[in-house]
Design a binder for this molecule. Structure first.
Ligand code: X2X
Length: 289
């Protein structure tokens, strides 16, 4: 049984005419006839007596009529109430994410969120994603787009939204003339530009350890965007998330070292577990996954 079909039934009780009802609900008379037939099959009794053009209700139809009316009315009421609840949800959510995440992952999330909850105000703070979890823990952000850490604090709730791969990048143009793209990179003498901290740094460290490289670190950068800029300027080889490289205005000036592979990180929404049931946070979490 479909609520829509009950509505057709109610219309037909009123019009007593298959063609009139079919026209009114924008279906063909034969489709309407099949729908009513299916209702009758489900109930196990005829609902209408079809005599020539006249349609009259059977006793079973008469019994169903007030019940159908009640079901349809209650369904309408509950739908409106629930929709109003969602629209009425108001307040402010402080969301922390990287500048890149604000291009790459936030638009889709916020577009859906705004449509469903137009009265919730979002205060956006952008910065180094390595700080995202700390911002949630110290309460300066209600929610963050963060990379999952190996050992997340047990007080945190995390819901994955994407897997973010990382690449090793070298400048296409290198003002010092040294080639970073030779057959064999001389890692001990190659300046490296790495994320200062966070999951991307952990993964970069694991990559270096696996290769037994004792890194010659030129710069440790807070936030991933500037890593691509520094590499593009020729200061060294860097490690950055692919989504950051792809969104960088200087992406044409760097090359990925295809021979190097670094484990991906899991990007997700993060908030304090003991706040996850708060209506605004719950509303945001329910949008993903
Ligand atoms: C971790 C994160 O937020 C991103 C999108 O991957 C990034 O900015 O590096």
């Amino acid at each position: 049984m479909d609520i829509k079909h009950l509505n057709y039934f109610l219309h037909l009780c009123d019009s007593r005419n298959f063609s009139k009802t079919a026209t009114a609900v924008h279906i063909s008379p034969s489709a309407l006839s099949r729908i009513i037939q299916r209702l009758e099959d489900e109930i196990g009794q005829a609902l209408f007596i079809r005599n020539n053009k006249a349609v009259t209700l059977t006793p079973a139809g008469e019994t169903l009529l007030p019940v159908a009316m009640q079901i349809v009315t209650e369904w309408q009421t509950i739908k409106t109430t629930l929709r109003d609840d969602a629209t009425l949800l108001k307040g402010k959510l402080t969301l922390f994410c990287s500048v890149t995440a604000s291009y790459s992952h936030l638009p889709d999330l916020l577009a859906r969120f705004r449509q469903q909850y137009p009265n919730i105000e979002i205060q956006l703070i952008t910065g180094d994603p390595a700080q995202a979890i700390e911002k949630v823990l110290d309460g300066s952000a209600d929610i963050a787009i963060a990379a999952k850490e190996d050992r997340m604090a047990t007080s945190l709730a995390f819901k994955p939204i994407d897997n973010v791969s990382l690449s090793v990048i070298a400048p296409k143009f290198n003002p010092t003339g040294t080639s970073f793209l030779g057959e064999q990179v001389d890692w001990a003498h190659t300046p490296l530009i790495l994320p200062e901290s966070g999951t991307a740094r952990t993964l970069a460290n694991q990559w270096l350890a696996a290769k037994h490289i004792r890194p010659n670190i030129y710069a440790q950068i807070s936030g991933h965007e500037a890593i691509v800029s520094m590499v593009a300027l020729g200061y060294g080889i860097g490690v950055a998330p692919d989504v950051v490289i792809d969104n960088s205005p200087v992406k044409e000036k760097v090359d990925r070292l295809k021979s190097e592979s670094i484990a991906a990180m899991e990007l997700g929404l993060c908030c304090l577990k003991n706040r996850a049931a708060e209506p605004l946070l719950k509303a945001m979490f329910e949008l993903v996954g």
